[in-house]
Design a protein around this ligand. Sequence first.
Ligand SMILES: NC(=O)c1ccc[n+]([C@@H]2O[C@H](COP(=O)([O-])OP(=O)(O)OC[C@H]3O[C@@H](n4cnc5c(N)ncnc54)[C@H](O)[C@@H]3O)[C@@H](O)[C@H]2O)c1
Length: 256
Amino acid sequence: MLLLEGRTALVTGAGGRLGRRIVARLAAEGASVAALDLDREAAERAPAARSCAVVADVRDPDAVENAVAAAENEIGPLDVLVNAHGIFPNRPVLDITAPRWDEVFAVNVRGTMLACQAVARRWVERGTRGAIVTISSGAATSARAGGAHYAGSKAAVNMLVHTLAIELGPHGIRVNAVAPGLVLDEVLTSGEGQPPYFEAMLRATPLRRTGDADDVAQAVAFLASDRSAWTTGAILEVTGGSHCGRTHVPYSGDLQ
Ligand SMILES: NC(=O)c1ccc[n+]([C@@H]2O[C@H](COP(=O)([O-])OP(=O)(O)OC[C@H]3O[C@@H](n4cnc5c(N)ncnc54)[C@H](O)[C@@H]3O)[C@@H](O)[C@H]2O)c1
């Protein structure tokens, strides 16, 4: 039995590195998938057997509303929403401009809230016991230089997930997140010759490899499915362990 047989899912950011693989995984698990992206070409590239592409800027409430209606027109009433859109600039606070700060929060937080709101309003009205899965980030709980706007926006996303879990739980709607670590197109493992940033990241990742997009997509499929029927308000870290704690600190027993 496939995990999502007969389900209908809307995936935002569907043309992105993670979005594409999430669309493919949900389709492989039996779901019909509507692929939403800001970029039409990217949305149409999303790989799913039973898919449709919708274009919207998630910052715009009317565009989100129209996109949800268009998706339901094509694949039927939704029962899964995956928020996989996002932007992740890297800048020290001293160099961040106010418009850039606002843009990060508008896409990552407001956009996620609007997509959840548009879909959940329909579910509450219809009595649909739907599932929302949002891609957060390990950065939400672990600061690093250059990440004030991004990490701050993902911390807000985590709080949105918790709040929605409380508000929508009584309607049978589950709201969870996956918080990935570093996911790259080509998985890197530790070894000589990596650029210094990746070497440092790999040393601080207990499983000693970067993530593959399907590592994230598998977690999304689980949280979208009935396998996680009693899970809501969870932020599932899929990081190879990189955000467990002070992973770069070596064993100190020999010093005592
Ligand atoms: N790749 C990683 O290592 C990683 C790690 C942790 C978290 N994440 C999170 O996962 C999500 C996806 O990341 P990715 O690596 O696939 O990025 P990506 O840039 O490859 O894809 C993001 C997609 O979102 C779309 N998008 C951007 N702004 C939009 C808007 N206003 N409206 C609609 N669509 C919009 C883009 O067109 C793009 O297709 C993001 O939220 C990111 O913060 C990624």
